[in-house]
Design a protein around this ligand. Structure first.
Ligand SMILES: O=P(O)(O)OC[C@H]1O[C@H](O[C@H]2O[C@H](CO)[C@@H](O)[C@H](O)[C@H]2O)[C@H](O)[C@@H](O)[C@@H]1O
Length: 384
């Protein structure tokens, strides 16, 4: 991708997304990834632009992309014996997958060994990691037990939540003042006050809800009016699609299709496409039964991790071990940053096998909670 400039302005050149003709769609509608191999190959079909029946191909590719973004176990089979077989098959597949991505609980000792003499910095995704996936995004509440576990772990390790949600909304859900929060997939970061590299030009001093001084970094601030406009258009264009829900996440917009009949998923995708074709500076990523509209910006959760490490004074320190726990495609950018620099560990939360840049895995939020507790126990023990 063509950068207009470096770190100081992470805005990508306007024509960047237009060069891509995969799927024959406006490229803003394409799933975005730095690492194509990490995701389902159905997302990266290359279709010749002019041939008969192209629209059908485009529709089915769009549908495939939407479907593959949230794989589930197929347990809705008709007879008991086929259901059992499918469950057994999926268990075997999961077991084989954990050979590549071992359980962070099972291999906790290995993680603890690597963390010996180091300071752990903890980064957590919210939906699907700290709270289970539910049908209504407004009701993705965190359990009391999970809140206690997060609060406890934050007493021992600097801890940040990096979510695709509006930052205020995540804070509302989590309600812990002792954490750092990044919303809009890392495009809205509230971190500790510290001198920060002049590369981060837009970083300003602000105050949090408790009146405490903080550093506020919003690399996509210039997109705010555009995102508001697109949000309204998306609400309007999807209003007659039963179950569709549009969520304003401040610097990005989520279009949910979890509660839409599968027959209408393509209509959702096409409606988003219809709106986005007038906005070459916006692009689309696929999440768990959600299409996410975001600025064409060289910024993601991986960059947010780097920013937070720097804000915490933990960047480029040999004695720091960052750990990032997340379940979504957008978390892959953070896993990749940690893997590439051999800096730390990504832990993918998934109950189904999927390719990832993470090192370890956890099955679900319940296992995430267990892992957080183990970190605390290990820290207490090693302090004795
Ligand atoms: O980065 P995250 O914190 O994981 O946020 C990603 C998106 O999460 C939310 O949607 C997902 O969770 C919902 C509640 O469980 C579920 O209904 C939806 O189908 C999932 O995609 C959130 O609503 C989105 O705005 C976030 O972008």
């Amino acid at each position: 991708m063509d950068l207009k400039s470096n770190h100081t302005s992470p805005v990508l050149a306007d024509n960047a997304p237009m060069n891509n003709t995969r799927l024959g769609l406006h490229s803003a509608l394409l799933p975005y990834s730095h690492n194509a191999s990490a995701f389902s190959s159905t997302l990266f079909l290359t279709i010749p632009r002019r041939r008969p029946g192209i629209l059908d191909d485009v529709r089915s590719s769009l549908f495939d992309a939407m479907k593959s973004s949230s794989p589930t176990h197929n347990t809705k089979l008709t007879t008991e014996s086929t259901t059992e077989t499918t469950l057994r098959d999926s268990d075997i597949a999961y077991h084989n997958w954990t050979i590549k991505y071992p359980s962070a609980l099972g291999l906790f000792e290995q993680i603890a060994d690597k963390a010996k003499g180091k300071r752990i910095a903890l980064f957590l995704d919210y939906d699907g990691t700290l709270s289970p996936i539910v049908d209504n995004p407004d009701c993705a509440f965190m359990s009391k037990a999970m809140r206690a576990a997060v609060s406890n772990v934050a007493k021992y390790f600097p801890t940040a939540i990096i979510s695709g949600r509006n930052r205020d909304k995540v804070y509302e859900f989590v309600g812990l003042t002792e954490l750092y929060y990044a919303g809009s997939h890392g495009m809205d970061i509230m971190g500790p006050v510290r001198p920060i590299s002049s590369d981060y030009k837009n970083c300003i001093r602000s105050t949090d809800k408790q009146g405490k001084e903080v550093n506020l970094f919003q690399p996509a601030s210039e997109f705010l009016p555009m995102i508001d406009e697109v949000f309204k258009s998306l609400v309007e264009i999807t209003k007659d699609i039963a179950g569709a829900k549009v969520e304003n996440n401040k610097f990005c917009v989520s279009v949910h299709y979890r509660n839409v009949d599968e027959k209408s998923w393509t209509t959702v995708g096409q409606s988003v496409h219809e709106i986005l074709k007038d906005y070459p500076r916006l692009r689309l990523t696929h999440g768990r039964k959600v299409l996410e509209v975001r600025p064409v910006l060289d910024w993601d959760k991986g960059k947010a991790v780097e920013f937070l490490l720097e804000s915490l004074g933990l960047m480029n320190c040999d004695d720091v071990l960052p750990i990032y726990v997340g379940d979504d495609r957008t978390d892959e950018d953070a896993f990749k940053v940690l893997r590439e620099g051999n800096r730390g560990y990504g832990i993918i939360v998934s109950s189904v096998p999927k390719e990832s840049n993470a090192f370890y895995s956890l099955r679900d939020p319940a296992e995430v909670m267990e892992f957080l507790k183990m970190l605390v126990m290990w820290k207490k023990k090693s302090a004795l």
